[in-house]
Design a protein around this ligand. Structure first.
Ligand code: 6R9
Length: 631
């Protein structure tokens, strides 16, 4: 496609049709027919997917919907690792590659389903021997290595509930998650390696668990020589822990509704919430979307660039692809280290067919220039995916042209930690509109509505909602059912996603951004209140307010407005101190890129900070209704 034509497409609404050859071979060839099959009989639709998987005992009922609490595959008994591992090993896929792993330096590992099965079983036996039982919580704070995935699956094998914490979080953020889940065990590594540097992780765990008596044991993967010291009886080496355990561990028979994992995510209060997912529905739903949204076939090489520390890694590296029996590529470290060719070299080397990444990465590569991807043979690609934040048409078209060579459909997948799997996109065969995620996937009834839940006319902004229960929906917020119920009682009879969106006359949904006080930096959710409380915990800060500012690469960046306490004065040094403080409190991804010292913050008469007014002033736009402003 010529450059002028692209320009022209940007001026008006662009519609791009998936190649005929793709659609003819697609797992779902006709979206409308598949969607209708769902609408005609949702329970039959989901039962047919579930029947493809292994169950010790079949469910009695597909869905029990007791608004806003759902039970899926009621009475069904299974174990997700039997579907992710045993099923493949027994069906002739023992020597099929499960993972090609590499780090930034090109160190490599190849793990087959047979090997992964043995590692998981041995680790699961070791967990049981250490006294971990069904229902116990285990926190996993590890880099993107095979052992991280082994630890997650081993928990699932014995029914322990894992809570994976992204290795970029700092001491207090990790401590909060360990405390909230009352984890009996923490599994970690000495270091993660990024941009050629070893970043210590165990040291962070040491501090995070000080005086938390319920943490009985810390298992440490020791990667570097000389090996990091293990102190006291609490700490044990990852491989010594597994040593001597059998290659088979009897799986725990899990009820469909037994918890599988907790994953924390930011919301509009100062504390992240522990989103709880359960076994049966999550397994069936992620499996279905692997086959349909990602069109996964037996011989595909699939690469999702996320980290299992986020929901994308849980659903589309660990559970969905393994249950579907995929061969995957995973890569630890930065996308552009040692250079901007890294990812494209990996695609060429492994012959990646399906590639799933985030808009922030695409925009970064766009800036670096197309000479980098052009050095490599990307012709193995047949489907591209995007997730985490809205993808702007310019980035969409670059991804389509430079990476996909105009022959790969792009699935812009909208979903959330809470939804568990993809909710809106253009599945196989649907025409694509750059910048618009698409239509609800079969199984989901999505809409754009006003506060009362009435549909909004086409091309007008409103709240994005889902009107029905779906198998991978979160079941509750850990230890906070009121918080869970809020999702379902903000707008009558709907699940409120917290995003604003518009729907066009063809039913395509475009996501505009968050409706609440959540900032999306490089596809990661950061609560304004979390950053504000981190700032206020610094001795110099009296009050702080934080907003998101549009950024050409990261989507949004954080700007903080700070009122200093008496006796402190503004300086560049203090700005650096405050940034460092936030890094220590929350982690690098929450550090504001700008800090402005002010004397006053706009507030409502009841004392709430009006971030919307700050944002409008910052961006030079209309602040809207100011009637509640104090003065
Ligand atoms: C999977 C994931 C969820 C929030 C969500 C929305 C934003 C995710 C998007 C998207 C526009 C897309 N988001 N995918 N916005 N288009 N394709 O990212 O989960 O970390 O919980 O974030 O991310 O704002 O509400 P999570």
């Amino acid at each position: 496609m010529a450059e002028e034509r692209l320009d022209h497409l940007l001026q008006k609404e662009t519609v791009i049709y998936p190649p005929k050859e793709f659609v003819e071979r697609a797992n779902v060839k006709d979206y409308e027919a598949e969607y209708k099959r769902f609408l005609d009989n949702p329970e039959k639709f989901w039962a047919e997917v579930a029947e493809k998987l292994f169950w010790y005992e079949k469910w009695e009922k597909v869905l029990e919907w007791n608004y806003p609490y759902a039970k899926w595959f009621v009475g069904g008994k299974t174990n997700i690792t039997v579907n992710a591992l045993d099923r493949h090993v027994k069906n002739g896929k023992r020597n099929k590659v499960a993972f090609f792993w590499e780090d930034e330096l090109g160190n490599k590992k190849v793990v087959t389903y047979g090997e992964l099965y043995r590692l998981v079983n041995r680790f699961a036996n070791a967990l049981r021997a250490a006294g971990i039982k069904k229902g116990d919580r285990v926190v996993i704070y590890m880099p993107l290595v095979i052992e991280q995935i082994v630890a997650m699956l081993a928990c699932a094998r014995i029914g322990a509930v894992h809570s994976v914490v992204y290795a970029g979080f700092s001491v207090p953020a990790l401590r909060h998650r360990i405390e909230d889940a009352e984890a009996k065990m923490v599994i970690t590594a000495d270091v993660t390696i990024r941009r050629g540097r070893a970043i210590p992780l165990k040291r962070i765990v040491d501090e995070a668990i000080l005086d938390l008596p319920f943490v009985e044991q810390v298992v440490v993967l020791r990667r570097l020589e000389p090996k990091v010291d293990l102190i006291g009886e609490k700490e044990v080496d990852f491989y010594e822990f597994m040593d001597g355990h059998l290659d088979y561990c009897e799986p725990e028979v899990m009820d469909s509704e037994d918890p599988l994992f907790i994953l924390y995510t930011s919301g509009s209060t100062g504390k992240p919430k522990g989103v709880l997912h359960t076994t049966g529905g999550y397994m069936v739903g992620t499996y279905y979307s692997m086959k349909t949204v990602f069109d996964l076939k037996e011989d595909d090489i699939y690469w999702c660039t996320a980290d299992p520390g986020w929901i994308t890694g849980h659903s589309y590296i660990v559970y969905g692809p393994l249950v579907a029996g995929a061969t995957q590529v995973i890569a630890e470290g930065a996308p552009n280290y040692p250079d901007y060719g890294r990812w494209w070299r990996i695609i060429e080397e492994y012959g990646v067919n399906i590639f799933y990444t985030a808009p922030t990465a695409i925009r970064m590569f766009m800036r670096a220039g197309e000479e980098w991807p052009n050095k490599y043979d990307l012709s193995s690609l047949r489907l591209l995916g995007s997730v985490g934040e809205p993808i702007n048409p310019e980035a969409w078209l670059w991804y389509y042209r430079v990476i996909g060579k105009e022959k790969c459909p792009i699935v812009d997948t909208w979903w959330q930690t809470e939804t568990g799997s993809v909710m809106i996109t253009t599945i196989d065969g649907l025409p694509m509109k750059p910048g618009k995620a698409g239509k609800p996937v079969p199984g989901v009834i999505a809409d754009v509505v006003d506060k009362e839940g009435n549909p909004i006319e086409p091309n007008k902004g409103g709240f994005l909602v889902i009107r029905n229960p779906w198998p991978t929906m979160m079941r509750t917020i850990w230890k906070n059912p009121e918080r869970y119920e809020q999702y379902w009682n903000t707008i009558p009879n709907c699940y409120t996603a917290g995003d604003v969106a518009v729907k066009d006359k063809d039913g395509y949904i475009m996501i505009l951004g968050r409706a609440d006080d959540v900032i999306n930096v490089s596809g990661h959710r950061i609560g304004t209140m979390e950053v504000e409380s981190a700032l206020v915990s610094h001795p110099a800060v009296a009050e702080a307010a934080v907003i998101g500012k549009p950024d050409p690469v990261k989507g949004e960046t954080i700007k903080a407005f700070v009122i200093l306490k008496e006796g402190y004065s503004a300086s560049d040094k203090l700005v650096e101190d405050l940034k460092y403080h936030v890094r220590m409190e929350l982690g690098a991804l929450a550090v504001p890129s700008e800090i402005e010292f002010v004397d006053k913050l706009p507030k409502t008469r009841s004392g709430k900070i009006m971030r919307r007014v700050l944002k409008a002033k910052e961006l030079g736009i209309d602040p809207g209704d100011l009637s509640t402003l104090e003065d």
